[in-house]
Design a protein around this ligand. Sequence first.
Ligand SMILES: [Zn+2]
Length: 415
Amino acid sequence: MALTGNLRINGDRLWDSLMDMAKIGPGLRGGNNRQTLTDEDAEGRRLFQSWCEKAGLTMGVDTMGNMFFRREGTDPDALPVYVGSHLDTQPTGGKYDGVLGVLGGLELIRTLNDLNIKTKHPIVVVNWTNEEGTRFAPAMLASGVFAGIHTQDWAYGREDAKGKTFGDELERIGWKGDEEVGTRKMHALFELHIEQGPILEIEGKDIGVVTHGQGLWWLQVTLTGKDSHTGSTPMPMRRNAGLGMARITELVHSIAMAHQPSAVGAIGHCDVYPNSRNVIPGKVVFTVDFRSPNLDTLNAMKDELEEKAPLIAKELGLGIEIEEAGHFDPVTFDAGCVTAVRNAAERLGYSHRNIISGAGHDACWVNRVAPTAMVMCPCVDGLSHNEDEDISKEWAAAGADVLLHAVLETAEIQT
Ligand SMILES: [Zn+2]
């Protein structure tokens, strides 16, 4: 079997599997609540396991609960090509975020079985534990341990809002495997995911060829002034921390605008003290969020804020403290894997464009330890982490077709 544009997955079968998985942990408004390490997560895992075993795959589960299903290759020495994403959802999540990447991987295997296609490299479909990070922060926890970003002990100790730990809950739902996490070697990894942004839909493109993931800086700023009466404090005597935040909000926006088109910046969180109608804010604590796929740009934005925000504070008689509250380096996906994704879209006749992932994904961590790339398909109105998240059957099929071709080009068809 040659790798031609006629080779396609079964879009109806993929869609049926997506709908069957969505029955587990249904949300209140048509989406899903299948949070990590809940009974619903366990049930979803069992369904996925039954499908994979029916497709002739053999399962491995590591000590973080990551599930790996392997289809053998013809070369016993060849490292596997991995495909996958995550089956866990937000508490008010959609049916496709993550799930499409896992079940798209399974559909790819089913297609190879139907057509009796053999590959030199084995192919492994993976479901990463706790990508969402809502119940146990941070996001991409288990792929992070796999890639050596976090230690397993630290991950096991993460607590949910009720004080239950990740380690205990993993044990409780019965999905703590015995394989040591992070020991698997990969030839490559491909992750199919919905865009979670509006660009592909607006531009009418079938496929996003993901070249980069955004890096991020979170800076927590504390401005200290003097809380005093809004009515009786003369204007020249005020030390208004709220005014300082307003000016720094404007500064953040202008810094990001100066680095277009590949930078964004905003203040998404603030606490105002004492937060009373008739008191001038004496203290404001807020978080600046800067993102860019370019490390120099990202750091330049941070530097500019650290240089100019204190000048604003000084002018208003405010104290200022800026602390680093979070950071990810930008991700540059593997050139060879990215090319395989682009070639796949071309071969299949799908319209495509390069795209940068604005959100974090398991592939971003795995990229540290293996050649990695991502495929994106559009989603309606760019909406995700919402029960109204929606895609079309055709978009899902196109994404899985591209995944199939990128994997086959990398795993090498044997005739
Ligand atoms: Zn996701």
